[in-house]
Design a protein around this ligand. Sequence first.
Ligand code: UDP
Length: 474
Amino acid sequence: MIELNENKISKPHVVVVPYPSQGHINPLLQFAKRLASKGVKATLATTKQTMGSISSLRDVAVEAISDGFDDQGPPKVGSEDVFLNSFKSNGSSSLARIIESYQNTTFPVTCVVYDAFLPWALDVAKDYGLLGAAFFTNAAAVCAIFCCVGNGLIELPLRPVEVGCALPKMPLFKGNDLPTFLRKPESYPAYLAMKLRQFSNVDLADWIFCNSFEDLELEITEGIFEKWPAKLIGPMVPSSYLDGRIEGDIGYGASLWKPLSEKCKEWLQNKPKKSVIYISFGSMVSLTQEQMEEIAWALKQSNYYFLWVVRDSQASKLPKEFLEDVEITQKGMVVTWCNQLEVLAHEATACFVTHCGWNSTLEGLSLGVPMVGVPQWSDQLPDAKFIEEVWGVGVWAKEDDKGVVRKEHLSECLKEVMEGERSEEIRENALKWKELSKKAVSDGGSSDNHVEDFVEHLKCTSFSTKKPNGSLVS
Ligand code: UDP
């Protein structure tokens, strides 16, 4: 049972529940840290499998939540439905247990901030009479499109003209730049259903947050906020890279793979300023062998320094001759995982070849690094479009009709961003967005104001936790 109590100032307790992947844990954990820095007790509830990837954090407690695969890890690709259903049932009961475990303590739970991929967490919060806040981890523009579909304003398969009618301030879509799940609804039915379920009960959420910021996306998403009243509170990037107000906040504090930080720093150290291309496809993308080869030979042909993250699972796709060549020329380095923020922030880094996952896109924008987008699926396509057409911070390397970005084209894109006609303009835009990102989360910035309002609401809310059957706990 929640009642607003203007006079009562106590320390509210927020439990933050991310979807268990790198691209979701990072921004939600960052939000937890941001809330803790403003006087809120924050607890991250994450799966047993991902708990070990969280470094010990001074201000955020960590609790285990079950996805039903605690010991063996999630099932392989193709069983998304099985995983999501299991997470829903096991996650709901273990989240309920966490909430109950804090009843009758100094810090009963006030609010559940849940990853919008997990709408069942809101049901649990509401069963206990708590506040519930949805956190969307995609670009606001992408959420806006999914929201239109979820609310029946646009039909599937998605067509550009309908997006234009529903969201008139969006740039003109061509078709192949729309999110793949919506353009080809049959391609990933489990993920599509999950993305649409984000809107199934969001009307019941007390707050809706999106990891973006107003200067970046408020205008292009005009028209959606009646249906989806989200507050843009990002970028959720560690404070030391932006406003610097959270002491010691130099990294996300979560890494599913071991970052080879020292090796990267050492290698970058003696490279000239703005001379290195950093390439990463995030934590999930799996490129074809053909695509890997095209990238490898584009790097060789371009002859710039490069640092390429190739996860262990992808390493066998690298051509042997390419690795031998790298060994001899020392032009590049291939690592299995790195601290991406450190690399992007390094003065030697000039360009970011990215799959345009939303965190990577925000990190590139926040650190002012020009980008070459090589999107693969999902929201990465519209993100690449915005990078090139809307924010002007890079170019989109397009695939051919066989779905492969060829080495000649990728080399041209690299050259364009590094030293081509548009390079200066791109660099200037990148610096502009870096400043605006910083402004948004700094004291009095648009994102900071929304977070402050949320914290104020939490602080003015007093609680007596309800049992799911409706009776009061105490
Ligand atoms: N990342 C990292 N080291 C790497 C590659 C990626 O720390 O070598 C981080 C990156 O900083 C980002 C996250 O992993 O925060 C990837 O999220 P994104 O949304 O970009 O892509 P996803 O992995 O979800 O496809």
